[in-house]
Design a protein around this ligand. Sequence first.
Ligand SMILES: [Zn+2]
Length: 304
Amino acid sequence: MRRVASINIDIDTLSEDLDDRTQTLSSAELRRITYTKVMPRFLDLLKRHQIKATFFIIGKDVAQNKELLKRIAKEGHELANHTMTHPKQLVNLTAKQIEKEILDCGEALRSVTGKYPVGFRAPGYTISPVVLDILRKHGYRYDSSLNGSISYYAIKKSFKALRLKDKAYLTTQRFSDLFSSRAPYRIAVNSVSKKDPNSTLIEMPISVIPYISYPFVSALLLPFHQKFSHIGLSLIRRNTTYLNFELHINEFTKAEDVAGRADTFYLTRNWIQIDYEKRIAYFDALFSAIKKEYDIQLLRDIQP
Ligand SMILES: [Zn+2]
């Protein structure tokens, strides 16, 4: 069986400037920089490797960046739903509010491509049966929010409580869901991790490195030596024929983009400490390794 991989990226802003009332990202200027300065670098990288990727877009960024998003879709990439305002605690909202977050972003993306998106990723990997039911009801094909990493669960519990001072962000993942399938599966109704072959909604889980149960997410791999990622990749390859490699746009920030700004996301501040050329060399090597072993597909085209 041929191996299938997805390269996908969350187009979050470079900010951690959370609005007090809504707990959503509020810096318009950092959102603008994300699209005008940072995004073109990622598009160049994809072009160089001839890779088609899935982009998880925050709906409220769409109106201002329509032309660029149109071009991205036209070049064969997939635009998918990352909620309208990126609320950090999506699952703690009411079902009505969650539905609005999903529908508003879907509508915004339809205004770009003429079609509703079929894929969804929740901010901060926070999903629940309620979120999945809403996706099912509105004809979504897949969710890609499940991060079944025990290491990440532990990191999130301890580290993020201190760094983000955002307690609502923490209380969202059920421990039992960490042991769900590492390959795409059809999600049973009223569940996150149970399978049902007749279900219309597919989970595309984030890949997790076996044995150490560590997420194969570039934000969490970049701090280590490149070798760590390549060993992780080969362990995943031995375990399953599927790879879901998740990136974040802030990994392509240069120091000059955010010079003098105090409200940048702490990970953005970390990445600009790493020489930009070094980061690009990291992605070049990893993308080449993935291309050698996998068919790279859009998430919307991957079969369970
Ligand atoms: Zn996000």
